[in-house]
Ligand binder design. Sequence first.
Ligand code: PLP
Length: 362
Amino acid sequence: MNKIIYLDSAATYQKSKKVIESQVDFLRGGYANAGRGICARSVAVDNMVGYARQRVADFMGAHPGQIVFTSGTTAAMNMIAGMLGLGGDKIVAVSDLDHHSARLPFAKSLAKTIVMPLNEKLDIDINQIPYADVMVVTAMSNVLGVAQNVPEIVRMARNKNPNVVVVVDAAQYVVHEKIDVQKWDADFVVWSAHKIGADTGLGLMYVKKPDAYNPVIFGGGMVNKITNGEVFLTPGPEKFEAGTLPLTQIAGVGVAIDELEKNRPDLNLIKYMYDQLSMLPRIKILTRRDATVLTFVIDGMHVLDFGARIGARDICVRVGNMCATWIHNLMGVPGTIRLSVGACNTMDEIKYTVQVIKDIVK
Ligand code: PLP
């Protein structure tokens, strides 16, 4: 192998030629601001943003009026926690599957945080869904790579409290499974464009009832009129989008969705590695064979040591706590090694990687 093998798609996905071209075309030939002008070029950018909003909505089974552009999952989670205005009498349910981005914005509010139990397979325990005012559901952990039963979790949560606000972190789920917001019935669903091969700096936030919430970020592009000092906001998702949008990223997101729908990561590559690595006595695999990632630890070798050694062989993997401290605490390990695949990977690369790992742990 004489090129880098990238096995960290769960952190961020490589960009295809088509996505890059759509962004470059916009930068070179169509650049202007959106929602700000009436010249032909501005109108074309408005149309481009409108098309992207529609494409994201179709992709998630939503209405375009329910899709808000943010700067990422993290930004969306912070925005939601702020919009809900959580006081000390509120209960927020989280789980140990959460990424720091999903839990901390809520845990740092004044509300009381309770942790939903996981079952013995480390899935959210459907039979122990608690009463909550707000529930954060990680649809797929970035460490364990298993889809959670979101519709059932939401149904049980609403049984306990019909007014519960359910917030779904779909940052990993979106790569591997189709999101259907109608089936999920959540109040918010968020993901980051860079995880599916579009660019960093763009997040997608589905809001079931945009009229029910007020924005927490104020500025240009969200104001309909100001009369006698009273501010009337633009109706629809734009009221949550103060300031200039990440237009170059938006130019690429529709193409990234088209490509993802045609070509999701081949999970046979993960299964192959699982089968091969599970035969090595020093390796302890922590994920299931059918998971979307392969996460493991090595007996007698620090994960950072492994990361450095495999990195020196031009193979990029993720090592550490993956911004998911709680699941690591639950599994009793400070850090893990994660292999994840995207459309960029081939079976030859995977076979070579297995050989290198065998060599490192022999
Ligand atoms: N949630 C999960 C499950 C993730 O895997 C990530 C990114 O690794 C995030 C949230 C945060 O996404 P971003 O850093 O794009 O805001």
